[in-house]
Write a protein of this length. Structure first.
Length: 441
């Protein structure tokens, strides 16, 4: 039996007990405990889809300190990008809307802008269609940030904010349902414009939402910003400075919370964003608290943009004039709440035979897109959402690939987590706001 010059020992019913009287504690422990320097590997996840999606983290722990973190993705892979190659250009909208399921209208708009750029009709998209796109995207940004606030609050123990965030999001989903017929997976933004016009009752609902939401934001801040547990769990936690963000390709609120006012709506405007008045919120600290502050400020800026869009929503067409491209936009719902009304079908059938044949070919075969390739980037709630679209001159995409911010931003998680506590992995990962449907596609 080995003895120690630094610790007396005795046998007890619980095993051998050492009484340390001095010397090097590490040497004392290592002399008697052969596994004192071993690290534990913990499998965190795959998480349930009701959080941020099916994400798996492999953490190497030393006590409660994270020494190494690895992200494992792909559990929600749906092959959307590959499926686009087997559908015509308009049908692609139905697929891409299902990627980042919290920001479907951004997926659709980025795709439509890419197709329009290939067609060379970017300038032909009507003013009303562009205004509706801005209106819908900014409402979608608010709803996405509300889900982030709700789920992050829940993961850090703030159950009330989870209930309130989803409560306010319901108002936006109700607006979306009034306009598009669906709460999510809309396929509303199409190449050339939007599927149908905004009804008058939706305008009333949006106005009521704009009156209500600022008060709710104040309630959120009263609930969280002065709450000591919330500030302890967020301030100085999962810090990623601007240098780290740029090195890892991180964009969106995470980049802006590190102090860089990079927003594609300002730096590379699209859909007429250059004609709107809004600010790009930033924060200097680059921590979870900063990301919380930036997202709340972005909700306020989005409400300003929605109000401006409503004020400039002038009557006019919502689809390009070219009938070889324009998908039928003035549809009428049947009595069963689905399909087309008999009156709308009769109108189509009552036109010339050539018109009927063209309508049939446009819907079944689709339009041809000149050969070429483009890249279009827009500012989604999570950062730069880019579309690389390639056409070989046919009626279907040759290749479509998304630069998805959830996928890119997730690689920052090890830089944020390593050296910190295991509890802060939750806060740091949540502050990235990853949506695994978009990450895995």
């Amino acid at each position: 039996m080995t003895t120690s010059n630094y610790a007396t020992e005795r046998e007890t019913t619980e095993g051998r007990v050492f009484t340390v009287t001095g010397g090097d504690w590490d040497q004392v422990v290592s002399g008697t405990d052969p596994i004192n320097d071993e690290r534990i590997v913990v499998n965190m996840g795959p998480q349930h889809p009701s959080t941020h999606g099916v994400l798996r983290l492999i953490l190497e722990l030393e006590g409660e300190t994270v020494r190494e973190a690895r992200s494992v993705v792909g559990y929600l892979h749906t092959g959307i990008e590959k499926n686009l190659e087997y559908r015509n250009w308009v049908q692609g909208s139905t697929f891409v809307t299902r990627m980042d399921y919290l920001a479907p209208l951004f997926n659709e708009t980025a795709y439509a802008l890419a197709v329009e750029k290939l067609l060379g009709i970017t300038d032909e998209v009507t003013e009303r269609a562009n205004t509706i796109r801005v209106l819908m995207m900014e409402l979608n940004r608010v709803s996405s940030h509300l889900v982030w606030l709700a789920t992050t609050g829940m993961e850090l123990g703030a159950i009330s904010i989870m209930l309130y965030g989803f409560r306010e999001r319901e108002h936006i989903l109700d607006i979306f349902e009034t306009i598009t017929g669906l709460r999510m997976n809309h396929a509303y933004v199409r190449p050339g414009g939007v599927a149908q016009d905004v009804p008058d009752d939706a305008i009333v609902k949006i106005r009521n939402f704009l009156k209500m939401m600022p008060k709710k934001l104040k309630e959120y801040e009263d609930l969280l910003s002065r709450q000591p547990i919330w500030t302890e769990r967020t301030k100085g936690v999962a810090v990623l400075d601007v240098t780290g963000c740029l090195a890892l390709g991180v964009t969106g609120p995470v980049l802006r919370s590190a102090g860089l006012a990079w927003d594609l709506r300002k730096t590379m405007p699209y859909c007429g964003y250059e004609t709107y008045e809004f600010d790009v919120p930033t924060h200097p600290d680059g921590d979870v608290w900063g990301r919380y502050q930036v997202r709340l400020a972005e909700i306020r800026e989005s409400l300003k943009l929605v109000e401006q869009a409503l004020d400039r929503l002038k009557p006019g067409p919502v689809m390009v004039a070219d009938r070889k491209i324009a998908w039928p936009a003035q549809l009428a719902i049947g009595v069963d709440g689905m399909g087309n009304s008999l009156e709308h079908v009769a109108k189509i059938m009552g036109q010339s035979m050539e018109s009927l044949i063209h309508h049939f070919k446009l819907v079944t075969e689709g339009f041809r897109v000149p050969p070429g390739q483009v890249y279009v980037g827009i500012e989604s709630p999570r950062g730069e959402l880019g579309v690389h679209a390639v056409s070989d001159g046919g009626t279907r995409p040759y290749r479509v690939h998304y630069r998805e911010p959830s996928f890119v931003n997730l690689q920052a998680l090890p830089a944020m987590a390593e050296g910190g506590l295991i509890a802060d992995v939750i806060a740091g990962g949540a502050s990235l706001d990853p949506v695994m449907g978009g990450c895995d596609r």
